[in-house]
Design a protein around this ligand. Structure first.
Ligand code: ASP
Length: 436
């Protein structure tokens, strides 16, 4: 490939190449040197682990400052408190609505396909569920007693609350507020530029993450839960590629194909990191610069979504509950299913946007309907792959909601949405610097 060609390669293509190369390398090493301690020590847990972790840490490093700065900017330009209240109400209602659809579809398909089989119950199945927080704890925890501690712990709901109040105050103190707002707007530009810088590392980071995954993924248990795996995968794909695009078309009239195309990078980040939180900087960047959502809306809806809107997770929890009930031969009643819809919606709200937490929160759903929590041990082996896909669905759901809400609030730039080149992160960071 010539130099000019390689320069033109977009970020998505580079990430896909990194992903493919990583999987191939991982599979090759796994098959050529099955039990090599050298590979394990120096490649898997050495080189690949370092590169992959550095990349994910780089993304995580931006989350707290980005959410705080961006949300302060967003709220200080929303001086009307009723607009803020309406935005909050709409966002939460929409998130609950899509999660309820997701879990209902998941339960229905799982009942129809019947992935669980009683022969799967084996002796010695054990799983130590961590205690899931109660609803009152979740509510009390939204108010930070110390905002700096909230930031150092990355507690998203607390940061959101503090930033909203802070931004709101800025918009109500006249001239002085304008100066502070201008400072935050400048800081926002800086942090967004850092996001594009870190995004340039994605192909290498994704390469390392995928290679490590291919080297370490244990699929011994896959055989017995293959039906469960494909039911979850199927419902996730239906939700991502049919339900969301239809909602987008229905509520906004926008072309869903453009949306799907523009979401590709964000989905790839989510897929490789299995973390909505780590993907947040990329989601915000794409919503504002590629999809045309105003910062006022994106800065509020997306961090909130990465924290409470987990449709993909709810889908897994719905199918898993039905699956475990089938395995243990428990007949769930309509009331049980209603409880599952309610608790899985709450559980997905309480699920942090980090890898694997959805499975821990599943314990809460199982407890609610009296199913054995040890059943989780059955599906844990295939959860990593499903986690990657459901995280991609989670971030897509946040983005769909953001576009729909922004359009309804007239905080949306349709020209940017329709422009295929808008905000495209191609080439190198240098190209972008010069393009500005
Ligand atoms: N990994 C998911 C996310 O970050 C959460 C989960 O389902 O475990 O969105």
């Amino acid at each position: 490939m010539s130099l000019t060609q390689s320069k033109k390669l977009g970020l998505t293509s580079k990430i896909l190449i990194g992903m493919g190369a990583g999987i191939i390398l991982g599979l090759l090493l796994r098959n050529l040197f099955p039990d090599s301690s050298f590979i394990n020590e120096y490649i898997t847990e050495g080189f690949l682990h370092v590169i992959g972790t550095v990349f994910v840490s780089g993304l995580k490093m931006l989350v707290v400052p980005l959410v705080f700065i961006s949300l302060v900017c967003g709220t200080c330009s929303l001086s009307d408190p009723s607009k803020l209240g309406r935005l909050g109400g709409k966002t939460i209602a929409f998130y609950l609505f899509t999660t309820a659809i997701a879990i209902s579809v998941a339960i229905s398909i799982a009942i129809l396909v019947h992935p669980g089989n009683a022969s799967l119950v084996s002796e010695g199945l054990s799983f130590n569920a961590k205690e899931a927080p109660s609803l009152s704890e979740v509510l009390i925890n939204i108010v930070p007693t110390n905002p700096l501690q909230a930031m150092s712990e990355g507690n998203m709901l607390q940061i959101i609350l503090f930033a909203v109040i802070f931004g709101f105050a800025i918009s109500h103190i006249g001239e002085r507020g304008k100066r502070v707002a201008a400072l935050f707007n400048d800081l926002n530009e800086v942090i967004m530029r850092v996001v594009t810088l870190i995004m340039q590392l994605a192909p290498y980071g994704v390469f390392a993450l995928m290679a490590k995954l291919a080297l370490t993924l244990g699929l011994e248990t896959f055989g017995s839960v293959v039906k469960y795996f494909f039911v979850v995968l199927g419902v996730l794909l239906i939700h991502g590629f049919i339900v969301y695009p239809s909602l987008l078309k229905l509520f906004t009239g926008l072309n869903p194909l453009i949306f799907i195309r523009k979401m590709r990078d964000v989905q790839l980040f989510a897929f490789s990191t299995a973390s909505s939180n780590a993907t947040l900087p990329v989601t915000i960047e794409a919503a504002e610069h590629r999809l045309g959502v105003d910062n006022k809306v994106a800065s509020f809806t997306l961090p909130l979504g990465a924290t409470i809107n987990m449709d993909g997770t709810a889908i897994m929890q719905g199918v898993a509950t039905v699956f475990i009930a089938q395995v243990y031969g428990v007949d769930l009643t309509i009331t049980d299913y209603t409880m599952v819809v309610i608790t899985a919606t709450l559980a997905s709200i309480g699920t942090a946007g980090v890898p694997g937490v959805g499975l821990i929160m599943l314990a809460m759903v199982l407890n609610q309907v009296g199913l054995p929590v040890e059943g989780i041990a059955l599906i844990i082996g295939v959860d990593r792959l499903l986690d990657m896909v459901r995280t991609a669905v989670n971030v897509t759901g946040d983005s769909v909601a953001t576009v729909i809400i922004a359009k309804s609030e007239n905080e949306f730039d349709e020209t940017t949405f329709n422009d295929t080149q808008a905000g495209k992160t191609a080439g190198s960071f240098n190209d972008q610097l010069h393009a500005k």
